[in-house]
Design a protein around this ligand. Structure first.
Ligand SMILES: Cc1cc2nc3c(=O)[nH]c(=O)nc-3n(C[C@H](O)[C@H](O)[C@H](O)COP(=O)(O)O)c2cc1C
Length: 217
């Protein structure tokens, strides 16, 4: 049975980011009837970014290619080592991925990226990766450079990610409770009703494509 790991880098367990990630999973499940899906909400875990101990680079060590930090992320990294597909989803925070997502990617990619010639990847499998980003920004204002950074490393370690985005997301349940002068709630609602549905569909279709790849591979 294929094993899919979903990383939700949003503190909102049922927010836009989680919904988009779930749509990718639904697409995978539409093609593959039996899939082992493990979801991790990063904000429910206690962990740090890389601590620069270099145990993952030590010669002749059992920890070569492995992050030795013992915290809530350890089990997640172990699961990823055995996975067939990885979905990394993050809201955009300050024109980048969220802090927890960034720390997660540091731990994952630094331990599996060697300093051998060509920076050989130490991952067991070149599994497909999907990245999901949700943001307030319109498509023309999205911080694509930040996505390129983490996707470069995920691509090097595993395989170049398929990217799905949701733009101009509906942020608050009730806009009347907050000071919001830069966005119009009716315009946001309109965008959500038209575009967010399409974004969910595109996430679903990406999941289907990935499942076909997994079935053939
Ligand atoms: C701390 C914080 C920083 C944010 N910074 C940005 C930003 O720089 N650009 C942007 O487009 N949206 C930004 N947003 C909006 C969120 O990315 C957007 O609402 C996202 O869809 C939220 O995802 P969620 O529903 O999963 O929490 C920010 C939100 C928060 C809470």
């Amino acid at each position: 049975m294929k094993k899919v790991i979903v990383i939700n880098g949003s503190p909102r367990c049922n927010g836009n980011t989680r919904r988009m990630a779930d749509s990718v999973v639904a697409g995978i499940q539409a093609v593959l009837s039996e899939v082992d899906v493990k979801r991790y909400d990063l904000y429910g875990l206690r962990y740090s970014g890389c601590r620069s101990c270099f145990a993952c680079k030590a010669k002749n060590g059992r920890s070569y290619g492995r992050c030795v930090i013992d915290d809530d992320l350890s089990a997640v990294l172990d699961q990823i080592a055995e996975a067939d597909c990885l979905i990394v989803a993050s809201p955009v925070y300050l024109m980048d991925v969220s802090g927890q997502t960034r720390s997660f990617v540091e731990r994952l990619c630094f331990s599996l990226g060697s300093y051998e010639k060509g920076y050989r990847s130490l991952a067991k499998k070149k599994m497909p990766v999907v990245t999901v980003y949700t943001m307030n920004a319109l498509p023309e204002m999205a911080p694509y450079g930040a996505f390129d950074n983490i996707e470069y490393f995920l691509g090097h370690i595993f395989s170049p990610p398929r990217r799905v985005c949701a733009f101009n997301t509906y942020q608050f349940c009730d806009y009347t409770r907050y000071v919001v002068e830069t966005f119009s709630e009716p315009e946001k609602a309109c965008w959500r009703d038209v575009h967010f549905k399409k974004d969910l569909q595109s996430a679903f279709d990406t999941g289907k494509d990935i499942a076909c790849q997994l079935r053939e591979g």
